[in-house]
Design a protein around this ligand. Sequence first.
Ligand code: MF3
Ligand code: CO
Length: 248
Amino acid sequence: MMVIKTKSEIELMHEAGKLLAACHREIAKLIKPGVTGLDIDRFVDKFLSEHGATPEQKGYNGYPFATCSSVNDVICHGFPTDKPYEDGDIVTIDMVVNLNGWLADSAWSYRVGSVSPEADKLLRITEEALYKGIEQAVEGNRIGDISHAIQVYAEAEGLSVVRDFVGHGIGSKMHEEPQVPHYGPAGKGPRLKEGMVITIEPMLNIGGFKAKVDADGWTARTVDGSLSAQYEHTIAITAEGPLILTKQ
Ligand code: MF3
Ligand code: CO
């Protein structure tokens, strides 16, 4: 079911989003060689509880951590571990904040120390692809307009778009309708209406788009071992255009 939010509900989600954005800004300062995913995960747990919020991912379908920590060829849903990040790694930190029952979701890829030109380009284009999608998140457009804008931009840069994981509606539940693919034809899919809140969260790979999931049941990696990046915002569709609730 598509859930339309009132202006005051969107304001509450915006509060969750601002807290999430503040948390990402702190993470950006912490990420460096030698830091571990578990260090970041503990920081997020503490930061959110100090601000009266909770990490919605912990316990969601049995997921054990506050954050996902997806390093290099991991596309998404990587477990934070005690293995230190190394100079040249790329890592995506993904989290969902619950503040007073309302959620916001944002993933961000980070450079650990200095990264290769190829990795640097992957992160830059993936972030830009997110904003290409957001530009299309206007009333009257269809979900496919978002999907298509992202795919065209990514593929023109020689990158591939992950198919197996998609954006989603969000509100008081992490996953609501509609699904938001990051590939596909324009002009198709549900029409965007004022009051809808969705995530747009493209995952782009340097190699092929195919993904496989590790034996832990969560960690999704590129089949060919190539690097993968992801940027995600939570977006409200408003009469004034797309409102980025998780803007940093
Ligand atoms: N932020 C992710 C999403 O876009 C989180 C799902 S993973 C889980 O849906 F760990 F929370 F299950
Ligand atoms: Co999401």
